[in-house]
Design a protein around this ligand. Sequence first.
Ligand SMILES: [Zn+2]
Length: 283
Amino acid sequence: MKDRLGFSGEFKILKPSDYKENLNINPLWYLPDSPVGKLLENAGFSGIDAKKPIDWSSEQWETFHLIHTARIKGELALGTKEEFPANFNDDDRWCPEDWDYKRNRGINRFTGKENTSVQKDHSDLIVVHHTNTTPGYSLEFFNTLAMLRLYVPEFIKGFPTYDGKFHPLNSGHYSRDGKMQFHGYHCYIRQSGVMQRTLRQDETGFHAGSYPINIRSTGIVLDGDFTDSMPTQNQISSLKLLINYLEPDNIIAHQEVKDKNGNRTSHNCPGGKWDIWKRKIGA
Ligand SMILES: [Zn+2]
């Protein structure tokens, strides 16, 4: 029987046992020259161009579920809390490629100046997103998706590059029960209006496509594909509640975020009707 994720639960194309050892034992399972890395590359999961879940082929579903199952069962080799250098906090970077580890200082990539006091303030700004998927995927599903779309591409590049070596995947974010979390948003708002927190307010998410925006914003994602439609009334009510609680100075859509060259980091997130519903939330 097919589950709602579009996967039957039976592997017909891949043989999970062929990859088990690589996932479980090799902490660099994601690298392009590993068996799993090759699989990820073939399925298009190793970059931000990964397709929307609703469009996935059977092979892509099987690849996703292979990694997903290993992750939720705790059979996926990941980094540990202890392995970052003492002064390194994943969240305190000021653009990773420009971090000066010897002096423990960030160099502002725009001005070239030293940044001695990286100011994080996630209540300053709210950035609104949509999941751009059929609604109803589980948080665990989104957790694996974020790991593959956000973290794997960065770690393949050698990030974090404090010693120029590759490292096991490590988000630096943990749930209360100690499980590593890869969510890029701080909060999900479901179509029923239910809110699910995925990052603490003092943690930095990967969501705006811009580090200067990420370190000072809260990422809130509305579950659904609002390319041509409006979020539900319950979603809008919950978003308003959250905005009242966080009291940000500004509320913007992902599509309004610009990179250092002045280009948009997203063309349509959270969909084409933002100009209509933004008024309802006071943006
Ligand atoms: Zn977005």
